[in-house]
Structure formats: structure tokens, C-alpha cells
Design a protein around this ligand. Structure first.
Ligand SMILES: Nc1ncnc2c1ncn2[C@@H]1O[C@H](COP(=O)(O)OP(=O)(O)OP(=O)(O)O)[C@@H](O)[C@H]1O
Ligand SMILES: [Mg+2]
Length: 386
């Protein structure tokens, strides 16, 4: 565990970048430092690997004051990733990643073998090994940065806005990859960002900092969204924190209707059997049970249903892995206001659900949170996709 104990950093010009900060950073999880520009995130991160020395207070790594350790030993136990990756421009990708193992005297072949293994781990095509950094996209360069930081298998990874220079799509890919790597390797990651969405997505714990190097709140993301400590945190979380909080409630409990689902070869009886008071629309599926589109029952002719004449069914959700937020999003985007649920492996329809049913589930979830002093159960474990 990394323990930051009442640490202050005053730069020589008198700027107080960090002010009596105390944090306990748990092992084998991602702790995110988030806050507006200049609030002291980078300074805090750099104090952990002693690129910056605190003016007051102590930082303990597994109970030992980091001042007691030789700085090289300390840094070797901590990979460091920065924005724009900070790669060596005159070295190939493979040699960039092999840098630290080489420094540790691993030998050329062993280092390169390790670098190849890491390229695969971070999702880089082996064919890129011989290229130079300028021949890679920004997202690929960030992956190289992560691979390089992981090369000597340090228990701790310090990451300073590693994904902020890439576009949103690439960024999402990198975030998903980091979560996967963290799950596989169990690193202790301290991650700096100024993007609250990124913080909520990645963090097991999130430290919200405010200008002047003060800690505003330190909590799991679900708790941050349900109980912002003060107006500053609430403001920083943004106007849609209620919607975003729905990411922490699984869609698994939604009651799905199967009656309004008919196959494309439905008989006249199947169509007529539909009770429009339950659902005004029918969802038509292909012979494999995959969704094709919506229609009003009176517009369907048995034996002559044309897929191209149906209303689009939109993006479906997967109840087992998706959140209430994802389900709501599907319903909001659906032309009928109904969301389509599918199974995870085959994409076959398992049922449909109305906006109204989702809204009731949301009220239920929020009420459950309130009974419990507002904390949704196991916020950290309950984080679900979407
Ligand atoms: N070497 C330095 N000398 C003097 N002041 C500094 C120095 N480095 C940083 N600061 C100041 O300390 C404060 C915190 O800086 P820091 O880089 O830690 O912020 P940050 O939260 O990482 O910001 P950003 O989101 O813009 O990267 C700022 O006011 C900054 O100007
Ligand atoms: Mg910074």
C-alpha cells in the first residue's frame, strides 16, 4: 500500500501545489487523482516516485518511508507513463519497450523477448516492432508507453494523463485495455486525469482535488456520484451525475416481456394474439431470433413481413453485463421507446422492456441506495459495463 500522510509541496517560488494531502492508495487497484488544471495532481504523482520531494509530510510504501529507500530502487518498482508516451524517437518500438530490462542488465535477447510479449499484452501488432515512434498513431504510441512501463514488471504503475491526447474512440479502447491489464496483472495503479468520466470509469477509488492542492473527496466512484462531499465536487461531477450513476446498477433485474416478440414468419394467429395494452408494438426477429425491427401489429401481414419496412430496433442491451444506464439509453434511442434485450453470445432476443419499466427500476435502485445511507451496495464491485 502507498500511504500519503499529510504531505505538502511548496515550490521554491512559494506556490503551494499540494496542501496537507492524506491518501491511502490500496494495492492491486486503480486509484484516480482528478481535478482541474493546476490543482496538484502531477506534483502528487511525482512525489510518489520522488521526482519531486515533499516539503512536509511522509509517503510510505508498504509501511516504509520512501525517503529511506535508494531512489533508483524505488523508481524501478514504479512504471511511469505520461501524456504523448514520451518515447525515445531514435529507438524502435521494440527497443523502447526493452529499455528498462536492458538497464537492469537482462541481456538483449531476453529483453526483446519480454518486449514482444508486452506488445501482445497491450494489443500492439508484432509487425510494428521495427518501426520508430513517429510511424505510429497516437493511440499506438500510448500503448507502447504502457508496455514500456510494464516491462520490468513493477508492482506500481504511475500514469499522468496517459490517454488525454487521443480521440474519444481510441481513448475508450485504451481505457478498456487498461482495465483488462489491471485485472490480469493486479498492478497498483495511480492514474491522473482531469476528466471525471475517465475517473469514474477507471477508478476503484477516486480522489477529487481542487485548486490549491486540497483533497475535496476520496471515495469509490458510485459514492462520489451519490454523495458528493460539497458543492465543488457536485459541480465538478457535472449536471448529469444522476444519469451517470445508473452505470452502477445492473440491468439484470429488469422484467422483460417476450409476448411482443414474433418471428418474421409469424402466423396470423401469432400476430392477432398480441395484446396491445401490454405493448403497442411488436418486435420482429429473423429465423435465428435476432432482432430485425419494430412494427405496429396492424401493419404486419402474416407470410409477407418485410424486414425493410420495419422501424429500426436500434442498439440492443445485454441484461447480464449492461447497466441500467445502457438499458435506458437503448430505450431513449429506440423509435418506439422500448429497449431490446439480447443474450451475450448469440445476440438473440431475450425480451423487450419499456421506458416506463426502466424508470421504475431506476426509482427502485435509487430508493435502495437511500435506505443504505445512499451507498449502493458494493459500489466498487458492482460497476458494470455501459
Ligand atoms: N516547478 C514548479 N515551480 C513552481 N510552481 C510549480 C512547479 N510545478 C508546478 N507548479 C505549480 O504547482 C501547481 C500544481 O501543479 P501540477 O502540475 O501539480 O498541477 P496539475 O493538477 O497536474 O495540473 P494539469 O492538470 O494542468 O496538469 C500549479 O499552480 C503549478 O503552476
Ligand atoms: Mg499535470
Amino acid at each position: 500500500m502507498i500511504r500519503i500522510d499529510s504531505v505538502t509541496k511548496r515550490y521554491p517560488d512559494g506556490t503551494v501545489a499540494v496542501d496537507r494531502l492524506s491518501l491511502e492508495i490500496p494495492d492491486r487497484s486503480i486509484t484516480v487523482l482528478v481535478g482541474p488544471s493546476g490543482c496538484g495532481k502531477t506534483t502528487t504523482l511525482r512525489m510518489i516516485n520522488r521526482m519531486v520531494e515533499p516539503s512536509e509530510g511522509t509517503i510510505l510504501l508498504d509501511g516504509v518511508d520512501i525517503q529511506q529507500q535508494p531512489v533508483n530502487t524505488l523508481r524501478r518498482s514504479m512504471g511511469y507513463v505520461i501524456q504523448n508516451a514520451g518515447l525515445f524517437q531514435h529507438r524502435t518500438i521494440l527497443d523502447n519497450i526493452a529499455t528498462v530490462p536492458r538497464m537492469l542488465g537482462w541481456g538483449k535477447e531476453k529483453s526483446r523477448a519480454r518486449a514482444r510479449e508486452l506488445m501482445e499484452r497491450v494489443g500492439l501488432d508484432g509487425a510494428l516492432a521495427k518501426r520508430y515512434p513517429y510511424q505510429l498513431s497516437g493511440g499506438q504510441q500510448q500503448r507502447v508507453g504502457v508496455a514500456r512501463a510494464l516491462a520490468a514488471d513493477p508492482p506500481v504503475l504511475l500514469m499522468d494523463e496517459p490517454f488525454s491526447a487521443v480521440d474519444p474512440v481510441v481513448r475508450k479502447g485504451l481505457q478498456d485495455e487498461l482495465l483488462r491489464i489491471q485485472e490480469e496483472l493486479g498492478k497498483t495503479i495511480v492514474f491522473v486525469t482531469h476528466d471525471i468520466d475517465e475517473a469514474v470509469k477507471l477508478g476503484t477509488m477516486v480522489a477529487v482535488m481542487r485548486t490549491g492542492g486540497h483533497l475535496a473527496q476520496f471515495a469509490p466512484p458510485a459514492e462520489l456520484l451519490s454523495h458528493p462531499a460539497d458543492a465543488f465536487v457536485e459541480d465538478f461531477l457535472g449536471a448529469d451525475r444522476g444519469i451517470r450513476r445508473l452505470s452502477f446498477f445492473p440491468a439484470a433485474g429488469l422484467e422483460l416481456l417476450t409476448a411482443p416478440v414474433v418471428p418474421i414468419d409469424a402466423t396470423a394467429e401469432q400476430i392477432a394474439a398480441h395484446d396491445t395494452t401490454d405493448a403497442p408494438y411488436l418486435l420482429v426477429t429473423d429465423p435465428d431470433g435476432k432482432p430485425l425491427g419494430w412494427s405496429e401489429p396492424q401493419d404486419l401481414t402474416a407470410g409477407d413481413i418485410k424486414a425493410e419496412e420495419l422501424l429500426p430496433c436500434g442498439r440492443p442491451f445485454v441484461p447480464g453485463t449492461d447497466s441500467l444506464r445502457a438499458a435506458l439509453d437503448c430505450a431513449v434511442l429506440s423509435p418506439t421507446g422500448w429497449a431490446v434485450a439480447v443474450d451475450a453470445d448469440g445476440g438473440r432476443v431475450t425480451g423487450v422492456v419499456s421506458q416506463q419499466t426502466i424508470a421504475e427500476a431506476i426509482r427502485g435502485a435509487h430508493a435502495e441506495g437511500r435506505e443504505d445511507d445512499g451507498r449502493p451496495e458494493g459500489p466498487a464491485d458492482m460497476k458494470v459495463a455501459g
